[in-house]
Design a protein around this ligand. Structure first.
Ligand code: NAD
Ligand code: UDP
Length: 335
């Protein structure tokens, strides 16, 4: 049994990770400021002696005794990370310094949830870890992209300078149950819109591509990385190389939900990457990892989750029109 800190543990990915670690018998400390996360995501574990939640912003120092740290705290959806861009950069950079300081003192292994956004709008396709990226430093996505890039720099400097045991994973678009219905990301938007019979908002012509990884596969990949010996640092891509255009995704969601909704086109957000697909050779060779859940199967699980959420009378007010509002917010922000 290890004492494991998960920052951002009440968020979408964090809550799945907390649950996996807790089920495996570890002592889990979930730290979250509830910026985009929710206590509901970890409700099943509340009150159990091996699970603890602390309301805390990682921009402030944290003094706890732990063996491992998964640093996931950071809003991940463009509408949320662009709502308060200064806080986004602070969370990535100051948060990383605080968590690396904690790892240095406690000699804990620390894993950073980095992102495929470090590749920006990539000119190399698919993206291997050796690609340095094509990122705008001053655009609306920069607070997130450059924050995450700086966090990677800090991780590798703490490793070289202070011998901290670091692991850096570059996560590609991940989806699944517990995504926030108001999150604004494409999978949750399309499913919630389709289930409510609202038009599916495809930004631009919808020819841009993304590769979607089911959350259980992702959690398996990052736990495998954490289990590697000291010295295996990454960065390692974790994602599903299946590549889909946004129109293909919209059609698939319409078919799987049986919805009669239509597709409408909205303006393409600024700096929206045109293509994205992970090269997962490293994950395969170093971690023996590859994704196991096909997009269609993962979407079915997610549709079941959102259908239940919509049927739940207590949750319904929060969900009605949520995807439409998120789509409108994205257009207003000119994201
Ligand atoms: P999420 O928004 O659901 O979760 C982020 C969590 O961090 C939330 O619970 C939020 O309240 C918390 N948080 C934000 N700022 C904080 C702060 N300053 N202090 C403490 N807690 C804070 O997003 P997610 O999809 O679960 O993403 C988790 C991590 O994975 C993020 O670091 C994100 O950048 C990374 N990632 C996610 C994806 C994806 O497709 N979901 C892709 C690439 C990288
Ligand atoms: N997108 C879309 N309709 C939506 C939300 C997003 O067409 O309602 C597009 C968006 O422009 C992008 C892709 O879907 O090209 C993935 O967007 P998301 O916000 O999920 O993630 P990211 O852009 O960070 O990969």
């Amino acid at each position: 049994m290890k004492r494991i800190l998960v920052t951002g543990g009440a968020g979408f990915i964090g809550s799945h990770l907390c649950e996996r670690l807790w089920r495996e018998g570890h002592d889990v400390l979930c730290v979250d400021n509830y910026y985009t996360g929710s206590k509901m995501n970890v409700a099943a574990m509340l009150g159990h002696p091996r699970f603890e939640v602390m309301r805390h912003d990682i921009c402030q120092p944290l003094n706890v005794e732990v063996d491992q740290i998964y640093n996931l705290a950071c809003p991940a959806s463009p509408i949320h990370y662009q709502f308060d861009p200064v806080q986004t950069t602070k969370t990535s950079v100051i948060g990383a310094i605080n968590m690396l300081g904690l790892a240095k003192r406690t000699k804990a292994s620390i894993l950073q949830a980095s992102t495929s956004e470090v590749y920006g709008d990539p000119s190399v396709h698919p993206q291997p870890e050796s690609y340095w990226g094509n990122v705008n430093t001053i655009g609306p996505r920069s607070c997130y992209d450059e924050g995450k890039r700086c966090a990677e720099t800090l991780f590798f400097d703490y490793n070289r300078q202070h011998k901290v045991d670091i692991k850096v994973v570059r996560i590609f678009n991940t989806y699944g149950p517990r995504m926030h219905p108001n999150d604004g990301r494409v999978v949750s938007n399309f499913i919630v819109q389709a289930l409510q019979g609202e038009d599916l908002t495809v930004y631009g012509e919808g020819t841009q591509t993304r590769s979607f990884c089911y959350v259980d596969d992702l959690v398996d990949g990052i736990m495998r990385l954490m289990a590697t010996p000291k010295g295996i640092t990454g960065p390692i891509n974790i994602g599903n190389p299946g590549e889909f255009t946004m129109v293909e995704l919209a059609d698939l969601v319409l078919r799987l939900t049986g919805s009669k909704a239509k597709i409408v086109h909205k303006p393409l957000p600024q700096d929206d990457p045109r293509q994205r697909k992970p090269d997962i050779t490293q994950a395969n060779q170093v971690l023996g990892w590859k994704p196991t859940v096909a997009l269609e199967d993962g979407l079915k699980q997610s549709i079941t989750y959102f259908r239940k959420l919509l049927e739940n009378k207590d949750q319904r007010p929060a969900v009605i029109g949520a995807a439409r509002m998120a789509a409108e917010a994205a257009v207003k922000l000119g994201t």
